[in-house]
Design a protein around this ligand. Structure first.
Ligand SMILES: Cc1cc2nc3c(=O)[nH]c(=O)nc-3n(C[C@H](O)[C@H](O)[C@H](O)COP(=O)(O)OP(=O)(O)OC[C@H]3O[C@@H](n4cnc5c(N)ncnc54)[C@H](O)[C@@H]3O)c2cc1C
Length: 416
């Protein structure tokens, strides 16, 4: 293309957030170019647990979670790990995380997240229809398990908080529990069924379908690594890895766990870290899983997908550079086998992804401090698939100069 002609909208990042932003802006008649170094939904957005977790409104830094930390950190392959060499770099983020758990901040974060989730559901369902992806939706709820009365009781404040925001659920035990998931180990004494929880048949295929829709509205893709960005009041400049320069009337940074590196070029220091997560996808025949199964005490889930059974989760606060440690995938698979004794653990494919995470569990959605020509759309942590359509809607509102569908102050890049 002609390097001198300014683009209308440039989006850095072809993950689920970038392509939903692309779809909303292309629908509004804007000319959109998505830049990604790999492709459309080829990285973290391709291999996640496929949940539209609309009821997952609790910020991660809550008292119940913080109480679990010593136990979790004691197990090197457990639900949470921090490589010792990374701890000094992580410390400022951890301090912010700790502070986000204080009750006033926690309550504000909970209310902001609940508002975002309402919008998430309201935006995803019609976008699924518009992009022809509705058949990929599974509406069979989720089932969360407890191994003891004590663990169940510890979960109750979280359920009460969800109830305040109108989220439906039902605690189950005995025959009702085993009917919801036959073949479960008797070590689980209670469960909670959330009927409004949804999953998709395959997050990567969903991403490709939304992108095909965006393309049909005129969006285009350019494979390139963006080395540097800059911006004035009415234009942004992108420097590609081969030295080429692109200019755009508006730039959206949706580069997942790498977004802060580009925001820093613009003078915004955003405490984005990555919560690396792992899984194994087994053949579909591995076990008959009825709906998404959630083992919160062990930090992983099992999702029945179109192409197989995905077992994984865990959090490794280990930065962007360290090689994957697939012993984590294996450890979760081993546990899954003991929780569902009939499971065939053979023939799996292991994967790791980079959750882009802010310490208060809320994404950054807003304008760059110094330039109205740049918007940020990143930091969705565990919930990027769930919140992608809502983020597309909000960024479209901002770019078109319309009143955003939500009060964006809780998501501001300036809140840190
Ligand atoms: C194990 C696991 C399970 C999960 N389960 C769920 C779930 O069930 N539900 C849910 O809602 N969320 C889930 N998530 C979280 C979700 O996957 C992420 O929040 C989401 O994928 C983030 O999307 P994104 O578009 O922001 O980032 P990404 O998918 O990482 O996309 C960013 C893109 O930007 C590109 N990029 C970065 N820097 C540059 C650059 N300089 N130049 C060019 N390209 C660049 C990257 O190549 C990448 O393709 C899970 C995550 C993990 C790891």
């Amino acid at each position: 293309m002609n390097g001198d002609a300014a683009l209308d909208i440039a989006i850095v990042g072809g993950g689920i957030i970038g392509i939903c932003v692309a779809a909303y802006l292309a629908e509004a008649g804007r000319r959109v170019t998505v830049f990604d170094r790999t492709g459309i939904c080829e990285e973290t957005s391709s291999g996640n647990a496929a949940a539209f977790a609309f009821s997952d409104v609790l910020p991660l830094a809550h008292k119940g979670m913080i109480r679990q930390l010593p136990k979790w950190l004691a197990d090197p392959l457990g639900p949470l790990s921090i490589p010792p060499a990374y701890l000094p770099r992580l410390m400022p983020w951890l301090i912010r995380f700790w502070r986000a758990g204080r009750s006033n901040r926690y309550e504000a974060g909970l209310a902001a997240q609940a508002g975002m989730m309402k919008l998430a559901e309201a935006e995803w369902m019609p976008l699924l229809d518009r992009s022809g992806a509705r058949p990929m939706l599974r509406e069979d709820g989720s089932l969360e398990f407890y191994e003891s009365e004590t663990e169940f009781r510890a979960s109750l404040p979280g359920w009460a908080a969800r109830q305040r925001f109108g989220i439906g659920f039902r605690h189950v035990e005995g025959e009702e529990l085993t009917a919801l998931q036959p073949g479960l180990s008797p070590r689980f004494v209670k469960g909670t069924f959330v009927p409004g929880w949804k999953t998709v048949a395959d997050p990567k295929l969903l991403g490709k379908a939304v992108w095909a829709y965006a393309e049909s509205k005129g969006a285009r893709f350019e494979k390139a690594r963006i080395e540097h960005v800059d911006a004035g009041q009415d234009q942004a400049t992108l420097t590609l890895a081969d030295g080429a320069i692109r200019r755009a009337k508006h730039l959206v940074i949706a580069a997942g766990a790498w977004s802060h590196l580009l925001a820093e070029n613009l003078g915004d220091r955003i405490p984005l870290e990555t919560e690396r997560g792992y899984n194994t996808t087994l053949p579909k025949t591995a076990f008959d899983v009825k709906r998404q199964l959630i083992f919160s005490g062990h930090g992983f889930v099992i999702t029945p997908l179109e192409a197989g059974l995905r077992i994984g989760g865990a959090v490794e606060l280990g930065g962007l550079e360290r090689p994957p440690n697939f012993a984590r995938s294996k450890a979760m698979l081993k546990k899954a086998k003991s929780f569902l004794p009939g499971l065939d653990p053979s023939g799996g494919r292991e994967w790791m992804g980079f959750r882009p995470s802010l310490p208060d569990s809320l994404p950054v959605i807003g304008r760059a401090r110094k330039s109205p020509a740049v918007s940020y759309a990143f930091g969705h942590g565990h919930l990027g698939l769930t919140q992608a359509a809502a983020t597309g809607r909000l960024i479209r509102d901002l770019v078109l100069g319309q009143n955003p569908a939500l009060d964006l102050s809780a998501f501001s890049p300036n809140r840190f």
